[in-house]
Design a protein around this ligand. Structure first.
Ligand SMILES: [Zn+2]
Length: 704
């Protein structure tokens, strides 16, 4: 599933979409942009001391702490060109809310007006991206410019200039992650909302910097979204075509999913899986011939790397004038990633409390320290349960494991159906996107929502035909609806598309509850993107039941657990590669695309050799580097394994409670507090892999 996390200046827009853009965290700075003048004006200390006394005399001792804190926060961001000592004093006198009634009014009004701002900015962004996101015909050059334009890029700057940001900083508390972890459990909902309000203004990034980010992100998204392989044109040593005509697979999602699908294709499956692995490795190492990318007019043997004019035709595409050679893609994959990196790190000077994208991702977005995330991933990767599960897979496959078996999908309650049978069922049920739209209330009722709640949520979801594999885009104000983007082929929706649509629908339902049914819109959303993924996985895990196929029995549930565990094992390594590559880029800021290529290949091999080679008995495999998110999603991948762990914790809670619907709603309404606090309130335990590991142990016993 393709993801986009777009954080507009004042908003955390959680959406399972295309790529993460955070103007507060991935800014780009032009070389000509002067460095921020962070030194306080010389009059500041005296002025602050006088104002402190003055406000204390006026509002009394109970306000002492707020006065001191507010003044300190304002001085941290006030620059000489914001005004002189007199302007500073005037601002403070006018805008300090010295009693509870004034503070309440201020809080409520900021909350409601910021919802309008976020909501409409998001609405513009969604509309401007419509042509590139939806299946609406060719994307023209100017469409890409619209998609790259972020109208909210100037907002934070404007809010510092008009001093609304300072009003917030004067009256509401900035906090560190440590403080939120330590004190958050005792805060009221209102205190949490105030905390989130203040956090919107904890950085002061120039507007042109933010605009640059959106452009870099759009460019990498565009690169990824056009990266198709025409499978009919892959040939083996005998010149045979293993895949059907017209099959066009987007890297990496569709390629990976085709490997999964081929497990149910009998003896034909294995050579296809090996071939796809070969294609993936050529993409990672950039030995893929440039001319075969998204091109049905050439045939390619990915083993010998030989390229020829297509000897068979399965599309109307005319041959372009590119010379037919096996000249490799010239490290474009890594050039694109480097541009993301360079855009990101230029924000660092404006983010003193989290001075790298890595810090911002873990301490601010995930709100789980990186070391803790790494430890959780390693706990899964080095678990003895991996070898036990691998042994079981090997027995079932009747052959030694091969590297692509990291995508083994035989642990499925639905494995009694072939992909083709499922495709047929789905295509019949959902010939169009509208058919899916109409069925949403029924699907939600099947998931345990009452008819009323199901209809209520369904009324908040609009289904659109996606250009890519599908995504969900929530809204940012209560008067707007969430969008579910799903890919529907001309022959109707296929099973893959349905499976993804159910996942995206989970996002939409979470988005609806966490915005519309939350007591504070400032707390809309979930603690971090791993949670929205986890909640979406809960839906996705029930896709067969939604098709009217039998609910899994105890044995099937054990299968599902093993599938979750094996997927977590796979994606945990992918996440460590993503983390390793970002650390490498920060350690080598002058690197060329070629050097980044080599480093990524090496990091992929290292992680493989440590955690996978002992299981697969093969060294130096680069498959962990294939994920497209690594190129266009700015260190997003660690959210997936955490998501699996969290999903498992949540799923267990759903089982305990008996019905998904009401529990899902109770959880989603908690909004954006810290991950551990959310999880403790949802399930009684903090975030961690223990629940998954314990259940895997039991599942292994049951599966034999
Ligand atoms: Zn998702």
């Amino acid at each position: 599933m393709k993801e986009r996390l777009r954080l507009t200046l004042l908003a955390t827009i959680l959406a399972c979409v295309a790529l993460p853009i955070s103007s507060e965290e991935i800014p780009m700075q032009n070389a000509s942009t002067p460095a921020m003048d962070t030194a306080s004006p010389s009059w500041m200390n005296n002025s602050t001391a006088r104002l402190q006394d003055e406000l204390l005399a006026k509002y009394g001792a109970p306000q002492k702490e707020r006065i001191e804190r507010g003044l300190h926060q304002v001085t941290e961001f006030w620059r000489a060109d914001d005004g002189d000592a007199a302007a500073f004093a005037e601002f403070v006198r006018t805008n300090f809310a010295g009693n509870q009634a004034t503070l309440d009014t201020m809080f409520n009004r900021f909350q409601s007006l910021l919802e309008q701002l976020d909501g409409h900015m998001h609405e513009i962004n969604r509309t401007f991206n419509q042509q590139s996101d939806l299946d609406l015909g060719p994307v023209l050059p100017f469409d890409e410019v619209f998609a790259g334009y972020d109208p909210s890029a100037h907002v934070l700057d404007d809010f510092f200039n008009n001093k609304l940001a300072f009003t917030v900083l004067l009256n509401f508390p900035l906090t560190t992650l440590d403080e939120r972890l330590k004190n958050g459990p005792n805060w009221t909902r209102r205190q949490w909302a105030e905390t989130r309000l203040a956090q919107r203004f904890d950085k002061r990034i120039p507007a042109d910097v933010n605009l640059g980010i959106a452009q870099a992100a759009a460019a990498s998204g565009q690169y990824i979204s056009q990266y198709n392989i025409w499978m009919y044109h892959l040939t083996d040593a005998e010149g045979q075509r293993l895949f059907p005509p017209k099959m066009r697979l987007l890297s990496h999602w569709n390629l990976r999913d085709e490997i999964k699908a081929n497990y149910s294709d009998g003896p034909n499956g294995l050579p296809k899986q090996r071939m796809i692995q070969q294609v993936m490795e050529r993409i990672v190492t950039q030995t893929i011939p440039q001319v075969v990318i998204n091109n049905p007019t050439v045939d390619w043997n990915p083993f010998t790397n030989e390229v020829k004019p297509a000897a068979a035709k399965d599309s109307d595409a005319a041959s372009d004038n590119r010379p037919i050679t096996n000249a490799p893609e010239p490290d474009v994959r890594y050039a694109v990633l480097l541009k993301d990196f360079n855009a990101s790190r230029k924000a660092d000077p404006y983010s003193p409390t989290a001075p790298s994208l890595i810090d911002r991702r873990f301490q601010e977005d995930r709100e789980i320290p990186e070391a803790r995330v790494k430890a959780m991933l390693e706990q899964v990767l080095s678990s003895p349960l991996v070898a036990q599960t691998a042994k079981l897979i090997q027995v079932r496959l009747g052959r030694p494991l091969e590297p692509f078996d990291i995508w083994y999908n035989g642990f499925r309650p639905g494995s009694q159906y072939t992909e083709a049978q499922l495709d047929e069922i789905v295509a019949k049920k959902y010939p169009t996107a509208e058919a899916y739209q109409k069925d949403i209330p029924n699907l939600l009722i099947k998931l345990g929502f009452s008819p009323d709640r199901a209809q209520y949520v369904a009324n908040n979801i609009i289904v659109d035909p996606a250009r890519g594999s599908g995504h969900a885009m929530g809204s940012q104000m209560r008067s707007e609806k969430a969008h579910l983007r799903t890919r529907v082929e001309k022959t109707g929706m296929n099973y893959k598309g349905f499976n993804i649509a159910v996942h995206e629908m989970g996002h939409n339902v979470e988005q609806t509850f966490s915005l519309n049914d939350n007591d504070y819109t400032l707390l809309q959303g979930v603690p971090n993107t791993a949670f929205t993924e986890a909640l979406a996985f809960v839906f996705q895990g029930h896709d067969l039941e939604l098709l009217g196929l039998p609910a899994p029995d105890a044995k099937s549930q054990a299968e599902k657990t093993l599938n979750d565990f094996w997927s977590t094992y796979e994606i945990a390594g992918v996440a460590l590669v993503d983390m390793g590559v970002w650390h490498w880029m920060y350690d080598h800021p002058q690197a060329t695309p070629k050097q980044l290529d080599q480093a990524t290949v090496q990091i992929s091999k290292d992680i493989w050799n440590r955690y996978y080679a002992p299981i697969f008995h093969k060294n130096d495999v680069v498959l962990l580097g294939i994920y497209s998110h690594m190129i266009d999603s700015f260190l997003y991948l660690p959210d997936y394994p955490i998501g699996h762990m969290i999903a498992f914790q949540i799923e267990e809670q759903m089982k305990k409670s008996g019905a998904i619907g009401p529990e899902f709603e109770r959880m989603a309404k908690m909004g954006r507090i810290t991950p551990d606090l959310w999880m403790e309130r949802a399930t009684g335990r903090p975030v961690g892999p223990e629940a998954l590991l314990e259940a895997t142990k039991q599942a292994l016993a049951a599966a034999h």
